[in-house]
Design a protein around this ligand. Structure first.
Ligand code: G3H
Ligand code: 13P
Ligand code: NA
Ligand code: ZN
Length: 328
């Protein structure tokens, strides 16, 4: 059944687990997510970015959503707009059947310029006012994602800002987080605690704590009942990168957020964990391997079936690791 993010977050808060939010762009990815959820009995958050909606077409995507729900009627499914950049994007998602939207007001509508607290509150509160009228949940974001290693801030498209951001700007302030929730009424809050989008999060193999877990603890203490969201939470497993590289790819050495670190975050109120990059790596590795090992094959199903299987395995692993398995 289609459910709102709030419905899923309420149960996750009650039982102390997190739900991975997987990005979806096409039928193969939808089948991978739903197959994994069905196998481990997990609730689902499927999220589509603006790029996904442009790629798949809103009409096709809205039917893909419906087919996912019909495929697994026993699984609660939240369909979420990832990184909405404006009220218009959020409203058109709702019209197309999404049950939850992120209004990412941490950046301006172009996605290139960090906003002030007041600007973020204003645009987010506007979306909450409209979405809640029709039972749709809203995720907001306070703080600016970016690399704690380099201070390089992150624009929405994953390219950095010119210049660098201070450590203070790169970490969500607990008091600001609390004020933001009070003034907007968001159902979930994305926080900046040292994660960043894409494959290139850390230049060295993480050794112990790499996120600002103490900052997260302080945020959670301030707003214990607010479900927190971690963006940029792919783990970038070396073994997935190696499959790509063994079959003609060229992805430089890089490190993501270890699953153990996400599990630590779940102890401090993280209830939604965004994962896209790991799914991309799994699919691309499987497709490269398939094409490379069977060069005479040209039936797309021959490489898309292994791609679905590889992505499905990552989804199952994350459902289990974050405690969402068996919670459907
Ligand atoms: O946060 C970004 C997600 O990984 C989606 O990426 O905008 O390229 O679809 P995208
Ligand atoms: P990754 O790039 O770490 O998978 O993060 C995805 C994300 O945050 C989508 O909103
Ligand atoms: Na942001
Ligand atoms: Zn994100």
């Amino acid at each position: 059944a289609l459910v709102s993010l709030k419905q899923l977050m309420d149960d996750a808060c009650l039982h102390g687990y997190a739900i991975p939010a997987f990005n979806v762009n096409n039928m193969e990815q939808m089948l991978a997510i739903m197959g994994a959820a069905d196998a481990v009995d997990s609730p689902v958050i499927m999220q589509a970015s603006r790029g996904a909606r442009a790629f798949a077409n809103d009409v096709v995507l809205s039917h893909l959503i419906k087919s996912a729900i019909e495929l697994c009627p026993h699984i609660p499914v939240c369909v979420h707009q990832d990184h909405g950049n404006s009220p218009a994007t959020c409203m058109s998602a709702i019209v197309n059947g999404f049950s939850s939207v992120m209004m990412d007001g941490s950046l301006d509508e172009s996605g290139a310029v960090p906003t002030t607290f007041e600007q973020n509150v204003a645009v987010t509160a506007k979306v909450v006012g409209m979405a809640h009228l029709v039972g749709v949940s809203v995720e907001g974001e306070i703080g600016h994602l970016g690399s704690l290693e380099t201070g390089r801030g992150e624009a929405e498209d994953g390219h950095g800002f010119e210049g660098t951001l201070s450590r203070e700007m790169l970490l969500t302030d607990p008091q600001e987080a609390s004020d933001f929730v009070d003034q907007t009424g968001v159902d979930a809050l994305a926080v900046a605690i040292g994660t960043s989008h894409g494959a290139y999060k850390f230049s060295r193999k993480p050794d112990g704590e790499i996120l600002a877990i103490d900052q997260l603890r302080q945020i959670h203490e301030k707003i214990p009942n607010v479900p927190l969201v971690m963006h940029g939470s792919s783990s970038v497993p070396p073994e997935l990168r190696e499959i790509v590289n063994e079959h003609g790819g060229a992805i430089p050495e890089t490190w993501g957020v270890p699953v153990a670190e996400i599990q630590r975050g779940i102890k401090f109120g993280v209830r939604k964990v965004n994962v896209d990059t790991d799914l991309r790596l799994a699919m691309t590795g499987a497709i490269r391997r398939s094409l490379n090992t069977c060069p005479s094959e040209f039936d797309p199903r021959k490489y898309l079936a292994p791609a679905i299987a590889a992505m499905r395995q990552v989804c199952e692993d994350r459902f289990i690791a974050f405690g969402a398995a068996t919670q459907a």
